[in-house]
Design a binder for this molecule. Sequence first.
Ligand SMILES: Cc1cc2nc3c(=O)[nH]c(=O)nc-3n(C[C@H](O)[C@H](O)[C@H](O)COP(=O)(O)OP(=O)(O)OC[C@H]3O[C@@H](n4cnc5c(N)ncnc54)[C@H](O)[C@@H]3O)c2cc1C
Length: 326
Amino acid sequence: MTHSTLDPAPAAGRRPAGRSALVIGGGLAGTTAALALADAGLRVTLVEGRPRLGGLAFSFHRSSPAGVLSVDNGQHVHLRCCTAYHWFLERVGAARLAPLQGRLDVPVLDARGRSGRRLGRLRRTGLPVPLHLSASLATYPHLSLAERAQVGRAALALGRLDPEDPALDGVDFAGWLRRHGQSPRAVEALWDLVGVATLNATAPNVSLGLAAMVFKTGLLSRPGAADIGWARAPLGELHHTHARRALDAAGVTTELRTRVTAVTRTPRAAGARPPPGGRERSRGPRRTFSCWPYRSARRTPCCPTAPWRTPTGCCASAPRPSSTCT
Ligand SMILES: Cc1cc2nc3c(=O)[nH]c(=O)nc-3n(C[C@H](O)[C@H](O)[C@H](O)COP(=O)(O)OP(=O)(O)OC[C@H]3O[C@@H](n4cnc5c(N)ncnc54)[C@H](O)[C@@H]3O)c2cc1C
C-alpha cells in the first residue's frame, strides 16, 4: 500500500452501512489494512495463523548469561519513503518508538581499504534531488574519480526509467550496470551496498524493474526519502502489543491461531474457511483482503488481480473493482 490508499483519520461521513471485511494475515500489511478498513467504517475481522501479530517482523526471547534477551527478526530499518509503515506507526501510537534520522548519514567502512581512506560516508545535504547526494558521491573514497563520475551518469539514466514498464522485469540489473559503465568495484562498494539492504540480493539476482523502483523511490524522488529509521523498542512491542491495542480500540475482531485453509466464492460474497474443527464462516464477508506474502496471495482463487505492493516489498492483495470478491 502507498500512503494514498490510506487515510490518516476515520471519515465518519462516508461509512458504508453494514459492510464488513475479513483480512487474512496479521503481518504489517494485514494489520495496516485492517486498521485502514476499520477507520473507513467497515466491520473488520483480522485472522492470523500465528499466536501473535507482526508476521515476519517480530521479537522472540532467549536466555543468556546476561538474562533474558528480546531478539528482533525482520525489518531492522525503515526509510522515510515507507509511507504506509509510517502511517501504521502513527496509527498504533508507536511513531516515537521508531524515529527517523534527521538526514541520511551512513558511515561506510572498507576493511581492506588503504589507511586513511577506509571510512566513507553516504549522506545527503539539504539540496534538491539529485544534488542532495552529489557532495557525498564526489568525496566517496571507495571509488576512483572516474568511477564516481560514471555512478552519477548511471544514476541519472536509472532515474529516467519507468519501474512500471514490464520489459524491465526481464533485464538483470548487473548487466544494465555493466552497460552503463559501472566497474565491479562500483557495484560492490555502492550499488550492492544499497541493493542488498533494500532488495535482499546482489545485482545479478535483481531485475532492473525492482532496482529502478527502489533506487528511484529511495534516492531520486525526494531529498529525504532515504532517511533511515529504526526501532528503539522490540519489534514485537510495536507490531503486536501496540497494534493489538489499536485494533481493539478500532473495534476490529482479531482471531489469532486461526489459519485460513480456503477462500471460496459465492454469488454475493467471498468466505474464508478455517481448518477442520475451527469455526466456519458461513456468511462470508463482503470483502476479503488476503495479506499474506505476494506469491501465495496471487495463487488464491478469490483475488487473482495484481496485488498492491507495499514499500517494504511485501504485498497485500485486494479485490479490484472488477474482481468477483465483493
Ligand atoms: C530477517 C529479515 C530482515 C528484514 N529486514 C527488513 C528491513 O530492514 N527493512 C524492511 O523494510 N523490511 C525488512 N524485512 C522485510 C519485512 O520484515 C517484510 O517485508 C514484512 O514484515 C512483510 O509483511 P507482510 O505483512 O507483507 O507479510 P508477513 O509478515 O509474512 O505476514 C503475513 C502473515 O499472514 C499470516 N498467514 C499466512 N497465511 C495465512 C493463513 N492461511 N491464515 C492465516 N494467516 C496466514 C502469516 O502467519 C503472517 O503473520 C526483513 C525481513 C526479514 C525476514
